[in-house]
Design a protein around this ligand. Structure first.
Ligand code: RB5
Length: 151
């Protein structure tokens, strides 16, 4: 069976949590592509959100993970890219339902708003939960259609 793949990036506010999440995923045999950043030097989160979102949008990875101070800027940025459903989750219920109901493909985390144990619990829930389809597919298809009317 093919190992699942994750592409990940952060800004300076999230790079320490990013390293911890990468280790967590590699211990689960996930293949991880890391787009940085790798230090506390100040960078702009939309640059990193764009790299991960374009990668996921082209199906080059099963999931994306983006980490900034709050997860908010990353989610707003990533959702500008076609085919992306990025969610900022602060608990495991949101992570599970974002997969089951919304078929979310990028998880955003706030390194300054949640602790590291909760963060890896959220990642674990996100990557292990399948989309339920059915009535939820009809709704997600309507989200995709909104991209066509973008002005
Ligand atoms: C950077 O200081 C901070 O604004 C960023 O990490 C993030 O929280 C933005 O949403």
């Amino acid at each position: 069976m093919k190992n699942k793949s994750v592409v990940i990036a952060s800004d300076h506010g999230g790079f320490e949590l990013k390293d911890l999440v990468i280790k967590f995923l590699e211990d689960l045999d996930f293949s991880v592509t890391d787009f940085g950043t790798n230090s506390g030097e100040s960078v702009d989160y939309p640059d990193f959100a764009e790299k991960v979102a374009r990668f996921v949008s082209k199906n080059q990875s099963d999931f994306g993970i983006l980490i900034c101070g709050t997860g908010i800027g990353m989610a707003i940025s990533a959702n500008k890219i076609k085919n992306i459903r990025a969610v900022n989750c602060t608990n495991t219920t949101m992570a599970r339902l974002s997969r089951q109901h919304n078929n979310a493909n990028i998880l955003c985390l706030g390194a300054r708003t949640i602790g590291s144990v909760l963060a890896t619990d959220i990642v674990s829930e996100f990557i292990s939960t399948e989309f339920e389809g059915g009535r939820h597919k009809r709704r997600v298809d309507k989200i995709t259609k909104l991209e066509e009317t973008n002005e």
